[in-house]
Ligand binder design. Structure first.
Ligand code: DON
Length: 559
């Protein structure tokens, strides 16, 4: 039995109706926070059966591929950050790769201009999927329970169906035309008439595929009938992925990127995600300033954070890419002297124009979907996973006969130097397309230690806004004394160098702070929800607090 410290308060009024609730209980034995109540239940069940955090992560990843098909996936990729109860840290890169036939200019027309939809929809938008290899690799190293038992809940959810939420019904209805366009043979995601909340979504082809993976492991996906279906799909729609691409795909263990912020140790994802390095750069950039004294969302606090973001995203555009292909100057970018020199040009009286900010010289929108989940087990092992198809429902292609969605991750490459991708991010040589290369990511799964003990597990979807959402959530706890749920619920703002605007969620900044910032030259642009953070905090009394984002149907469960 879990020890309940605080009586349950269910916060009503979040979208998603009955399911969109946040759990304000604190727990002793472990916790799962994910974007889907069904997936959180799967994860908690595994923990209660004696599975560790990696076992639960594997089960949640596959469950999300069924119950959260807009971002949960087997056809996409992601990153996992691990910290054992004893303090061992590790990260797993299961990011997609460009196929061997990919080439630098593959999404440009004859005049050298990007053909935007080509990297966003259809078979050609897909990179080699990494999620199945990732889960197998994680399980081989750290898993405790049997592989098949971790897959079974997902198989059942796909076979028997699950009740969709109001939000999912609306998304599926919105995307109907896209699905029809890219799936001439139909898919379980298309329904006669309109989807409604509570409708059962059954995915029998996906169930068959999950059974293959359950029974044959890697060969059940990268070889055999499932791989054949994917290859046929490539042929049908002009994709380039080959049998060898699938066979050769490997997930990679990489050393975590680490840094400190006021005594807290940040353990986060290295390249090919830009997220970890950028997060540490941001925290170091603001560390000298008295944010706590100024207060959360006060003009000075926002100004310093935005100016840090401007400089860090400029660095991202030039210096970050797949480390297997490009020498990323990670250490230099995070050095204290370098960060200090970057913030020197900041002036209180006037916003620095992004046009004059370039990457440092180094010697040496609302339909965005990805998903993050955070897990801690009874022993105190922690896992932080962000995983994605890139855009909502990826390339909009469901592999015929295999029932899973293709990613459209190729759009995360810099298709042309200086040309923005779907998140408005620009890039150059470091993130140019090359065969077998991984596209740069912003995903920032992170674990934080205090006094060498677990303190926080955090991450979010949100494309380019991922890094700044994680940044704000951490500051909300460390600087502004919010509990985990408050820190997640708190309104957000975002700046990414280009475009030179500060995006703000409704209610993030009051009118006084807005007018002060405007008078200094900041362009404030209102926008819809930013991010969907799912996080866990370990309190000083040793209990786990969940933060499930009310912007979605997310749910934290503990025991
Ligand atoms: O890897 C990345 O940075 C993007 N493909 C993530 C996409 C994303 O977060 C969309 N979500 N809301």
């Amino acid at each position: 039995m879990g020890f309940v410290l605080v009586s349950a308060i269910w916060i009503s009024g979040c979208a998603g109706g009955q399911l969109g609730k946040q759990n304000s209980e604190e727990y002793r034995n472990g916790m799962v926070v994910s974007a889907s109540p069904d997936a959180s239940k799967v994860g908690l069940d595994i923990l209660k059966k004696g599975g560790n955090a990696v076992d639960a992560a594997v089960a949640v990843q596959f469950a999300l591929a069924v119950v959260y098909p807009n971002a949960g996936n087997i056809g996409g990729g992601g990153f996992l950050v691990y910290r054992s109860a004893e303090g061992e840290t590790n990260t797993l890169d299961f990011r997609e790769k460009a196929g061997a036939a990919a080439s630098r200019n593959m999404y440009l027309d004859s005049t050298g201009q990007p053909i935007v939809d080509k990297s966003l929809y259809g078979q050609l938008a897909a990179g080699v999927p990494g999620s199945v290899a990732g889960m197998i690799t994680a399980h081989e190293k750290y898993g405790k329970l049997k592989w098949a038992d971790l897959l079974e809940p997902a198989v059942q959810l796909a076979r028997k169906g699950f009740a969709i939420t109001a939000r999912q019904a609306a998304e599926l209805n919105d995307l109907r035309d896209k699905f029809v366009q890219f799936n001439p043979f139909g898919t379980a995601l298309i329904k006669e008439g309109q989807w409604a909340k509570g409708d059962l979504l059954t995915q029998s082809e996906l169930a068959n595929t999950l059974e293959q993976i359950r029974d044959k492991g890697r060969a059940g996906f990268y070889e055999g009938a499932v791989a054949d279906s994917l290859l046929l799909e490539m042929k049908r729609g002009g994709g380039i992925l080959t049998k060898e691409d699938l066979k050769n795909y490997q997930a990679v263990w990489r050393n975590a990127v680490t840094g400190t912020y006021k005594g807290y140790r940040i353990i986060t994802m290295p390249p090919p995600s830009s997220g970890g390095i950028a997060l540490i750069q941001l925290l170091k950039s603001v560390a000298p300033y008295p944010l706590r004294k100024w207060g959360n969302h006060a003009d000075s606090t926002v100004q310093v954070m935005v100016e840090a973001e401007r400089r860090v995203y400029a660095d991202r555009a030039t210096h970050l890419g797949d480390p297997d292909f490009y020498a990323v100057p990670g250490k230099e970018l995070m050095e204290d002297d370098y960060i200090r020199s970057r913030m020197k040009t900041f002036s209180w009286s006037k916003a620095t124009a992004s046009a004059v900010v370039k990457a440092g010289g180094i010697k040496g929108k609302e339909h965005e979907e990805t998903t993050h989940f955070s897990i801690v087990d009874k022993a105190g092992n922690a896992v932080s996973v962000t995983t994605t198809l890139n855009g909502s429902y990826g390339a909009a292609v469901v592999v015929k006969g295999a029932g899973f969605l293709l990613n459209n991750e190729m759009d995360d490459f810099s298709v042309k130097p200086g040309s923005p991708n779907m998140y408005g991010l620009v890039g150059g040589e470091a993130n140019a397309i090359a065969p077998g290369k991984r596209m740069l990511s912003s995903m920032t799964p992170t674990i934080i230690e205090k006094d060498r003990k677990l303190f926080m597990v955090v991450g979010t979807p949100g494309g380019s806004t991922i890094i700044t959402s994680v940044f704000q959530t951490i500051l909300n706890v460390i600087e502004f004394d919010q509990n985990m749920q408050q820190a997640v619920t708190s309104k957000r703002f975002h700046h990414q160098w280009l475009p030179d605007e500060v995006y703000i969620e409704e209610g993030a900044l009051d009118s006084l702070n807005q007018s002060r910032l405007k008078s200094r030259g900041y362009i404030l642009t209102p926008r819809g929800p930013i991010g969907r953070v799912d996080a866990i905090l370990k309190t000083k009394w040793g209990y786990y607090q969940g933060g499930a984002d009310p912007r979605g149907d997310d749910l934290s469960l503990g025991w």
